[in-house]
Design a protein around this ligand. Sequence first.
Ligand code: URA
Length: 481
Amino acid sequence: MTIPDLQAEPQAIVRLASETDFPGWREAARRLRARHVAPEAVIWTVDGAGNLLDAAGDTGAPSTFTVPRAFVELAGTVIRHRSDERFALLYRILCRLERETGLLAVKADPDVRKAHGFARAVAQAEHQMKAFTDFKRFAGADGGEVQVAWFEPAHRVTEAAAAFFVRRFANRRFSVLTPDVCAHWDTRELSFTPGADPADAPREDGLEDYWRSYCAAGFRPGQPARDRRNPPEARPIPQQIAHAEAPSPAMVGRTPSAPSPRAPPSGRLVRAAQRASRDASYDGQAVTTLEEVHAGVQMCRRCDLYRDATQGVSGEGPARARMMLVGEQPGDQEDLAGRPFVGPAGQMLDKALAAAGVPRDQTYVTNAVKHFKHELRGKKRIHKTPNAGEVTACRWWLENERRIVRPRVIVSLGATAALSVFGKPLAIGKMRQQALQLPDQAQGVVTYHPSYLLRLPDADAKAKAYALFVEDLKFAWSLAA
Ligand code: URA
């Protein structure tokens, strides 16, 4: 097939409907390709009208040229970057892909590098919005409760973060106000209204007034979408109702409002780790430090569990610990705190470690799966056991942790951990109290998961299982010594 040369003329002006109008960009790009319009001949604008092409007469038939799926995914992310360059950059890459089919794999190419840099920045902004949006509870005009937050995302990630909040807080009404767009969930429908003015962005106590004036100007959460053209007045509500209820642990308190104790990873670490996390073809390029593991876990897309979790939770402890403890996955509290074993199972583990004479701070504590898998039951997030596919996908991170920490002994807490550590299912009751050789020179020990002890209803059975658990930890520590 011969590919015609691109024409620098005629010039085309593309008018997209919004800053994140990806369908519009795709359609325009297809038509421009059909007319062989060169990238430098296109002016990309956003005017809200969504007329795809202008000034060049014929809008052209869409091109039949198919692009790699990886490009479509990359473009869908890049378009949410704030750079004015993004539409043109993507169209330039698209045009080049027709001749340079392997272009996306050329990481040193300036266009490819820039697009990946944009995508990483967007992913990081999305993560930050999910983790740090701080909801406050107010009484809505109908007296019902509404959760409201103000957030200024680094890139245009509000729609994606709002979809996450919907999954996470399905049965709570909320509004997230941002300068780009405001998202509103009424427990049935997610709707968007124009951005709120950052010039008078609410500080500290000002959020409620700000939100009410925003409602008065045009939006009332819970109002059917068809009525929103005629904005109702926000009904002022008595101060005592507005302030009576402190944020409850049920939602607001459980929404991370402060960064987790770890500092956000530097751009360099994010770049290194994200290379490693996004694409299985990078499996050969293992990460080399625990900081990179931590940064990569935040960005990980190896399976879908990241979608509903607040953040990824990597391991913690000395980079050269003699003993590694591997649990199943972060629980509800670990998901919020960003640290492993800090909830009830963590307290049980701490107690048993102390009884076994094992200083936790000399061990490296981690999990087989780094995101919290759960389902919503009413207001509660109920733990769900990760499946074999999720364990396998996340094993890559555990293997990196093992390679970096190089523990002498790896203790698998429960069956999921054992599956990940040994790569096959093991019967915990039968295999405990044995030193099992692992290929990386470490000795493997299996024992019960602390949550199993917590769940045992019978006090006698619980005491016996706890004694065995302590015995196993002692045994593992003696091997490590
Ligand atoms: N359960 C686990 O397996 N890991 C944690 O971090 C917490 C609970």
